[in-house]
Write a new protein. Structure first.
Lengths: 112, 115
């Protein structure tokens, strides 16, 4: 089955700097890759996603890149703000399998 | 904006007792998922429904866990008997169309503590 590895497990950056979180997946049949943000005690919320026919997608300060050959995708957050502090999860969905496999999560802390 | 509803939000029980969680997906969402999230880890799929049918329950501990979605709308997840290792957050999610990589929207979760 699919396996998703996420790194780093914790990340601390200064406010205004950029943060990058990386995920690798094992099954080349995966074709959908969402990123979720989960604040303490709250539900995971989708912040951005990318499909396998696209290499990069941006939404204001957030971007996701996908390298299908290397089977990895990354979340980029620029001009970080204190409210970006949360746990971020990547996930992968295999076409036809209809289920998401999540990474282990990255706890991002933005230092003022 | 429509959201996935779950209840209760918190549940404390003793081991060997039965517990049940309820989920109401976003209206019109045919696909419903139950996940278990252990503290510090990502959500792990327990069961997936397409309308009232189970699509995937390969990770559901069927000796003690059961799930149903009788009318293809809301769903109940039950644990009987609960064990200490069941302490976790139980998340429900729904999506419009799973086979197209449909976006999954999560509920607030039920945090279970088994004593």
């Amino acid at each position: 089955g699919e396996n998703v590895e996420q790194h780093p497990s914790t990340l601390s950056v200064q406010e205004g700097d950029s943060a990058v979180i990386k995920c690798t997946y094992s099954d080349s049949a995966s074709n959908y890759f969402p990123w979720y943000k989960q604040e303490l005690g709250k539900r995971p919320q989708l912040i951005i996603d990318i499909r396998s026919n696209v290499g990069e997608k941006k939404d204001q300060r957030i971007a996701v890149t996908l390298n299908k050959t290397a089977k990895h995708f990354s979340l980029h957050i620029t001009e970080t703000q204190p409210e970006d502090s949360a746990v971020y999860f990547c996930a992968a969905m295999i076409q036809g399998a209809q289920k998401l496999v999540f990474g282990q999560g990255t706890r991002l802390t933005i230092n003022p | 904006e429509a959201e996935v509803a779950q209840s209760p939000r918190y549940k404390i029980t003793e081991k060997s007792q039965a517990v049940a969680f309820w989920c109401d997906p976003i209206s019109g969402h045919a696909t419903l998922y139950w996940y278990r999230q252990i503290l510090g880890q990502g959500p792990e799929l327990l069961v997936q429904f397409q309308d009232e049918s189970v699509v995937d329950d390969s990770q559901l501990p069927k000796d003690r866990f059961s799930a149903e979605r009788l009318k293809g709308v809301d769903s109940t997840l039950k644990i009987q008997p609960a064990e200490l290792g069941d302490s976790a957050m139980y998340l429900c999610a729904s999506s419009l169309a799973a086979d197209y990589g449909g976006t999954q929207y999560f509920g607030p979760g039920t945090r279970l503590l088994v004593l």
